[in-house]
Design a protein around this ligand. Structure first.
Ligand code: ANZ
Ligand code: ZN
Length: 829
């Protein structure tokens, strides 16, 4: 019989499923462990990135289960989103049908991988029994004032025909999905007030020590806290005031212009008062048509227009021109700045282009005051204050705090904290998403759909429009409804929610997947939350991983989660990419390896083993056909090791105490077995270095295969070794381990067996005999533990009573220790 994975794997998959081996319940004696992978989008089929993600997750789930934890390990589908609409257009199918077909196919693929999910808990975000609660959560946000509607300049992708959240605008202004340059539009949109949580989202990052520092840093930058001063300039000859936000109030004496964003409402007011009003308005609308990259990326062409108005610098009464500038953005700070060309590079470029004055007010700590006319770049570093009246001579940091205080005392401004984080724009003009559960009534305005009427289900009999527009506004039967408040005619909201909302709470639903009177039960979430180990891609660092943290905090404040449950994911592992021939596997590169094909050809165990062995989980994994074959051959050898020795193994005596084994080689083998358990345990649990764990298991397997002796003593050690090997391999390659475990006559599944514990006696090294010499002459032979360092050996030997006796009355000049060999003492003659 050869290693026939083709029959072994389905056999055990069925056995696990039939016995409910991986079903878990809330509560019990064991400690809990919640192991979670980022759930997949049902795009059609699994790719290698999925396979890697789930191989890592399943390894950890199986390992912790064997370690005695009650392990929640669920899976589901992030099933709303644009690709379903595109497929609908392309193939003339319903988005729902396409999605559900993919879900079923990918489920069968996941089962073929042998992942130990509790399948009863599968959730699909497009299922009305799920999105009913997404809508319910939206209403709770709405009631708390955390969901609101406002007109705002929003990111618009012309190609996807939809609005994008800031987080979905990537690479300096492109759509995260299709790469088109994003433009701005003014639209009424729904927002979630994530900025209310900006400070807490930032503060809690420090406590997330189980996260990669890189991700925490990305979130810190994304939240972008800035401390500064909001100050106002009066506009000469009017009663208007311009508010500006600056982080560098220390540069106030160097302000040579004020600049407004094109969208700043003051632009219209100034235009109305100006003889060149039309020119101002035209320039502003030209800027508004530029994309954010054209306006604000480094090196982008700075463009401006002098309004002809002057502002007054409050500190010295100086008149400074007011400009409109394309690099000032409306959605940061106040949408206006004080321009300090000497100390801000963008202002510097702007000033040089339009011949504005450059006045240095900071000099390098060890240098001269720069010359404003000949400077070639702004001096942005800290330094010493100059040209700044009574503040001259102060170092920058001190000047900032003293001048901020001065502004507050004078009533010219106040300290302010600004965040780069914006409120989360969640409405999408798309069909395949969770409908936002509100209606519009002419009499009552915005009316939330009563909770008992949820879900607001998507109409199924629609045709996705050519060009990608949503069919919802056209679905008259669906749109026209009754106002829940007054009973009069009303229209449904036709925007759907950003799918990132659906994925912001799915990990909570897994704990109570069947709950029908709440999104999840307090009893379940208090037991299972937080997720102990989360595994997924780094690309979600500023999207999903911030949104999920925000939802967790709001749910906790709403009383849906325990008050101390403020963070969803205790440990985060961001897996590397799968690459082939040096680049990321992708259809466009034509270097895709299909998981299905690998599994058919070599089996799931081989695929999993290769993936876990080829690289540490956080590093990129270089796909290698040779490596896959190597992994496959290794499993073949393990299989034969058991098969060839089956009778002897079955009748082998129980494990023996190391002290009672006669043969030194067998004692060494027994030590190797226990050292391997010890190392593999630490590699998985502490280091997350699964590749080195596999390497140790390969070493052990080789040593067991090389054993020639067939004495009862040898067979006892061999059996112990093989069982240990199988137990340690089981989380990596569960099917073949189940099979061999059963062949050896063990009761019960290996998946549910206990993880082996190393015998501490076996972790100690053998004893060795060392000699004790005085002036080079052997005086004693002593037995000590092998492997002691020089210092340790010297200490042990010098404390031996016989040695102490030998040295009585002698004058020791020097001690020389050679590990495992000797200690020589030089004494005065
Ligand atoms: C004067 C100044 C002098 C500035 C100087 C910087 C250096 P962070 O750190 O990111 O918060 N700014 C403010 N609002 C802006 C907007 N809507 N569009 C473009 N730029 C804006 O950046 C704060 C600084 O960015 C502010 O401090 C302001 O320029 C600019 F030597 O004010 B500063
Ligand atoms: Zn009404």
């Amino acid at each position: 019989m050869a290693y026939d994975f083709g029959s072994i794997e389905p056999k055990w998959q069925r056995a696990w499923e039939d016995s409910g081996a991986f079903h878990v319940e809330t509560g019990g004696e064991k400690p809990k462990f919640y192991c979670l992978e980022m759930f997949p989008y049902p795009s059609g089929a699994l790719h290698m990135g999925h396979l890697r993600n789930y191989s890592i997750g399943d390894l950890m789930a199986r390992f912790l289960r064997m370690r005695g934890y009650n392990v929640l390990y669920p899976i589901g589908f992030d099933a709303f989103g644009l690709p379903a609409e595109n497929a609908a257009l392309k193939f003339g199918v319903q988005p729902a049908d396409w999605t559900w077909k993919n879900i079923e196919h990918m489920t069968s693929q996941l089962k073929r991988m042998g992942c130990s999910y509790d399948w009863r808990r599968r959730v699909e975000t497009c299922n009305p029994n799920y999105y009913r609660w997404t809508q319910w959560l939206f209403l709770q946000f709405f009631k708390k004032g955390l969901a609101y509607r406002k007109e705002a300049p929003v990111n618009w992708c012309e190609s996807c025909k939809t609005v994008l959240a800031n987080e979905q605008v990537v690479d300096g202004g492109h759509c995260w999905r299709c790469g088109t340059a994003v433009t701005k539009r003014n639209l009424e949109q729904w927002f979630l007030r994530i900025t209310d949580y900006a400070q807490e989202l930032l503060d809690c990052l420090d406590s997330l020590v189980g996260w990669p520092e890189r991700v925490r840093m990305m979130q810190r930058n994304w939240i972008g806290r800035s401390e500064g001063v909001r100050l106002s300039f009066s506009v000469e000859g009017t009663d208007l005031e311009i508010e500006a936000f600056t982080t560098r109030i220390d540069t106030i004496y160097g302000v040579t212009f004020v600049a407004l964003a094109a969208e700043n409402p003051l632009v219209r007011r100034l235009a109305a008062l100006s003889p060149k009003g039309q020119e101002i308005l035209d320039f502003a609308s030209k800027v508004m048509r530029q994309s954010e990259i054209e306006r604000s990326s480094l090196g982008a062409e700075k463009e401006g227009l002098d309004t002809g108005f002057f502002a007054v610098n409050p500190v010295d009464g100086r008149r400074i021109p007011i400009w409109i500038a394309n690099y000032i953005l409306m959605d940061y700070g106040t949408g206006a700045i004080m321009g300090v060309p000497a100390h801000d590079q963008r202002d510097f470029e702007f000033a040089r282009k339009y011949c504005l004055k450059v006045i240095p007010v900071i000099r390098p700590a060890d240098g001269e005051i720069p010359n404003g006319d000949s400077m070639e770049a702004a001096f942005e570093d800290d330094g010493i204050q100059c040209n700044s009246g009574e503040f001259d001579g102060l170092p920058t940091r001190e000047a900032i705090s003293r001048m901020a205080q001065w502004f507050e005392d004078k009533g010219w401004g106040r300290r302010e904290v600004n965040y780069r984080l914006r409120d989360w724009l969640i409405s999408r003009q798309r069909y395949w998403g969770a409908p936002i559960p509100v209606v519009y009534c002419d009499r009552c305005g915005i009316v939330p759909v009563p909770e008992e009427e949820l879900p607001v289900t998507l109409p199924m009999d629609v045709t996705v429009l050519e060009g990608g527009g949503s069919p919802l506004p056209e679905a008259a039967n669906w749109v026209n409804t009754k106002c829940p408040a007054c009973g009069g005619p009303a229209r449904r909201e036709t925007d759907t929610m950003d799918t990132f909302i659906c994925s912001s709470w799915y990990f909570l639903r897994y704990t109570s997947p069947c709950s029908s009177d709440a999104p999840f039960k307090m009893e379940d979430v208090s037991y299972w939350m937080p997720v102990d180990q989360y595994i997924g891609g780094i690309e979600h660092a500023c999207l999903h991983l911030i949104y999920a943290r925000f939802f967790t905090k709001v749910c906790s404040d709403l009383g849906l989660l325990p008050p101390d449950c403020r963070e969803p994911f205790t440990n985060l592992l961001t897996q590397g990419m799968v690459i082939k021939d040096g680049s990321k596997m992708s259809k466009s590169k034509g270097n895709v390896v299909d998981p299905d094909e690998i599994i058919s050809r070599y089996g799931a165990d081989t695929a999993r083993l290769f993936i876990l062995f080829a690289a540490p989980p956080e590093k990129d994994l270089d796909w290698s056909d040779k490596g896959v074959e190597g992994a496959h051959r290794f499993l073949g050898r393990v299989f034969r090791l058991v098969e060839d020795n089956l009778d002897a193994l079955r009748s082998a005596p129980k494990p023996m105490e190391i002290g009672s084994i006669e043969d030194k080689a067998l004692r060494d083998l027994k030590r190797l077995i226990h050292r391997t358990v010890d190392k593999v345990t630490r590699d998985i649990e502490e280091e997350k270095q699964f590749n080195t764990a596999v390497a140790s298991l390969m070493e052990l397997s080789n040593a067991l295969g090389a054993l020639k002796s067939r004495t009862p003593e040898a067979m006892s050690v061999l059996r112990e070794g093989v069982e240990t090997l199988l137990l340690c391999l089981a989380p990596f390659t569960p099917h073949v381990c189940e099979e061999l475990w059963e062949m050896m006559g063990n009761q019960g599944m290996i998946s549910l067996a206990s993880w082996p514990k190393p015998d501490l006696e076996c972790l100690k090294l053998e004893d060795v005999t060392v000699v004790f010499q005085i002036n080079g002459k052997v005086r004693e032979e002593l037995t000590v533990q092998a492997g002691l360092s020089k210092e340790e050996l010297q200490k042990v030997v010098m404390e031996d009573p016989r040695v102490i006796k030998r040295l009585e009355g002698k004058d020791v000049v020097k001690v020389i220790a050679v590990p495992d060999k000797l200690v020589n003492v030089v004494v005065k003659p």
